[in-house]
Design a protein around this ligand. Structure first.
Ligand code: SF4
Ligand code: SF4
Length: 373
């Protein structure tokens, strides 16, 4: 019997449309094929911010276009959408233009904000969240294909298929998940949302990935793979090898999911087609700053305050737009004389301000212990 955790991998060394089409077809075939998708099909992309495709912040339009070409003939409508942050709610056209997605309209693809049809409040049987407000478009589309981007993440270490679904919720729900200073609690919140509706299929854009301080301020790096599979966690586990993880289940989100009986719990459960695990490691990939895994759980709260990364303003880059004050989940930022001031006592070090600052003015500060580790 085939593993339910089958993952297809295909080499892809550029975003030339013909190469992406061929690699995607191969990855899908190796994953067992794209399921039959009809009616309203939502491609849930990663559109974190209005940034150019080559910056590796967002899912590349060449991959979304190649996937749409395969789905369009059997679907009533194919929509590409995301909810990139409340801060860009009035900038949708800018977002679609700068991410290069607007060309997809020529194929007949619909580009929309994920929250265009409003939100539905759902009860969540979760460990972090008990209720969530989720995009109706996500809940009510006939099929959802998760088309994620492989990136580092200063909080959760990695963002791929599972973390991409964090974007289905509204601002308040996401802020609630970020509010705790505990990384474990944030991970449980991501999993709570992921469990609301698992996508029909997953495709991961790792042709160019992001290394360093992702998910928005790292560096693009050509890792050269497309992954596909029915199970998001299995795809993430395989892709984590590109980032140099020997054991994917040391990554907070995958560890927390496995602890809740979700997804594979070891490499032996994954049926990887198209590559060997050893072949995937990308030499020299720069991961985000490590967390102190070796510290006993009972001491983690104390240790977190010592080693966690802190936001730090570079006033020379700050334009005073105040976006950071609006994304902060605990109101730890206030504008004074046109610049944000951090209340260190309130800050839970979620680094949402770093992630969403459009100027890169909110830096990540590491104390000497973090740097040493
Ligand atoms: S730090 Fe960034 S988000 Fe905050 S006010 Fe300055 S430019 Fe805007
Ligand atoms: S100041 Fe920044 S890091 Fe601190 S809680 Fe607010 S958004 Fe998070």
């Amino acid at each position: 019997m085939r593993s339910p955790y089958r993952v297809g991998a295909a080499r892809c060394l550029s975003y030339e449309p013909a190469e992406v089409e061929a690699a995607l077809a191969l990855a899908l075939e190796r994953a067992g094929g794209l399921p039959s998708l009809s009616g309203e099909v939502l491609l849930k992309a990663n559109l974190l911010a209005p940034r150019a495709p080559e910056e590796a912040v967002t899912t590349h339009p060449a991959l979304l276009g190649a996937l749409a070409d395969l789905i369009l003939p059997g679907a009533a409508r194919v929509t590409v959408a995301d909810s990139p942050g409340y801060i860009f709610v009035h900038q949708w056209e800018t977002l679609f233009r700068q991410t290069g997605l607007d060309v997809l309209r020529e194929k007949g693809v619909v580009l929309r904000p994920l929250i265009d049809d409003g939100l539905v409040e759902v009860a969540v049987d979760g460990l972090s969240l008990s209720r969530a407000r989720v995009a109706r478009l996500f809940l009510e589309s006939d099929h959802v294909v998760n088309v994620a981007k492989l990136k580092t993440h200063v909080e959760t270490e990695m963002t791929g298929c599972m973390k991409n679904l964090f974007g289905i919720a509204d601002t308040a729900t996401r802020k609630a998940a970020h509010r705790s200073p505990s990384l474990e609690r944030l991970a449980q919140g991501v999993i709570d949302l992921f469990g609301i509706r698992e996508p029909d299929f997953n495709v991961l854009d790792a042709v160019d990935s992001m290394e360093g301080d992702g998910p928005s301020r790292g560096r693009p790096v050509r890792t050269g793979w497309i992954f596909a599979g029915a199970n998001a966690l299995a795809v993430d586990a395989v892709a984590s090898r590109l980032m140099g993880y020997e054991n994917p289940w040391k990554i907070p989100l995958l560890a927390a999911a496995a602890g809740r009986g979700m997804g594979p719990r070891g490499r032996e459960e994954i049926d990887l087609e198209g590559s060997e695990w050893g072949e995937l490691a990308h030499h020299g990939f720069c991961r985000s700053s490590p967390r102190v895994r070796w510290i006993p759980t009972a001491l983690r709260g104390w240790a977190h305050s010592l080693v966690s990364l802190r936001p730090e303003l570079d006033p020379s880059l700050c334009t005073g737009c105040s976006i950071c004050t609006r994304v902060c989940p605990v109101d730890a930022l206030t504008m004074k004389s046109g610049k944000p001031v951090i209340d260190e006592a309130s800050c839970v070090r979620c680094l949402c301000c770093h992630e969403m600052c459009p100027e890169g003015a909110m830096k990540v500060r590491r104390n000497w212990i973090s740097r040493l580790i």
